[in-house]
Design a protein around this ligand. Structure first.
Ligand SMILES: [Zn+2]
Length: 235
C-alpha cells in the first residue's frame, strides 16, 4: 500500500480581496502553510516537508507553538516545497541554507508524494499530492485555487492581468485538481472538501467563467468526477 501521511496546518491562508473586487481590510493576506510526515512516524528533519512557509510575524509564532507538542522545531526543517515563485509564498524566516533542500526541482525525497503541474496562475505552479492516514487524496495547490469563494466564482486572480491563454490554463488546472482530490488545500483559504454538490455547482457556473466558450475539456472532466462522487456518497 502507498505510504500515507499525516499533516498539520501551520498557517491557514486568507485573502482580503474577493473575486468581485471588494477588499476586506480586516482580513490578512496570508498563504496556507502545512507540515506533513509519514503516518505512524514522529516528525523529524529527515521525514517532514514544509510547504509555502511565508509566515506573517504572528503566523510564525503560532506555527512554532503548534510544533512544540511534536518537539519538532522549525529550524530543523530540511525539505521545503514552494507551490510557485510568487513573493507571498516564499519563506519569510531565516533558513539554514546548508541544510534546507527545495524539492521543487528535485525528485521528492519521500515515497507516495507527487508533484503535479497546475499552471495558469503561474507558469511554475505545481501541486503537492499525497494520501492522508484516512486514505483521502490531499492536494496542496497554492494559488491554482485561491479559496472556496474564488473557486465557486470561477475567479482567476485578475490583478495579475492574465492573458486568455493563462485563464484557460487556470480552468484546466482547476478541473484536474477537483477531479482528483478529496481535500484541496488552497493558497489562501481553509481546506476544501470535494463533494458531489460542489462539483455540480462548479458545472452549473462554468458557462459564466471568462473564456469558458474556448475551454471544452472542463465540463466533461467535472461530470465524470460527479458520477463517481454520487456513487460513493450513495453507499
Ligand atoms: Zn500566486
Amino acid at each position: 500500500m502507498e505510504q500515507q501521511y499525516q499533516y498539520i496546518t501551520l498557517q491557514t491562508g486568507s485573502l482580503p480581496l474577493a473575486p468581485n473586487g471588494k477588499l476586506d481590510f480586516s482580513i490578512k493576506h496570508k498563504c496556507s502553510s502545512l507540515l506533513l510526515w509519514p503516518d505512524k512516524e514522529e516528525p523529524s528533519s529527515k521525514n517532514t516537508i514544509l510547504t509555502d512557509p511565508c509566515f506573517t510575524p504572528k503566523g510564525l509564532e503560532i506555527a512554532q507553538e503548534k510544533l512544540e507538542s511534536y518537539q519538532f522545531p522549525l529550524d530543523d526543517i530540511q525539505y521545503i516545497f514552494i507551490t510557485h515563485g510568487h513573493r507571498d509564498h516564499l519563506p519569510t524566516f531565516i533558513l539554514d541554507k546548508a541544510k534546507v533542500k527545495f524539492i521543487k526541482d528535485e525528485p521528492t525525497p519521500l515515497s507516495g508524494i507527487t508533484k503535479v503541474p497546475c499552471v495558469g496562475h503561474a507558469p511554475d505552479l505545481e501541486s503537492l499530492t499525497f494520501y492522508s492516514n484516512k486514505s483521502e487524496s490531499i492536494w496542496i495547490v497554492g494559488d491554482a485555487i485561491l479559496n472556496m469563494e474564488w473557486l465557486k466564482a470561477w475567479g482567476y486572480y485578475w490583478p495579475n492581468r492574465y492573458s486568455s491563454k493563462d485563464i484557460i490554463k487556470t480552468w484546466k488546472s482547476v478541473a484536474k485538481i477537483v477531479a482528483n482530490a478529496d481535500i484541496v488545500i488552497p493558497g489562501h483559504g481553509e481546506a476544501i472538501t470535494i463533494t458531489a454538490r460542489l462539483i455540480q455547482e462548479l458545472i452549473d457556473l462554468f458557462p459564466f467563467a471568462k473564456h469558458a466558450d474556448k475551454c471544452f475539456s472542463v465540463v466533461p472532466i467535472l461530470k465524470k468526477r460527479l458520477e463517481v462522487l454520487k456513487r460513493q456518497e450513495q453507499v
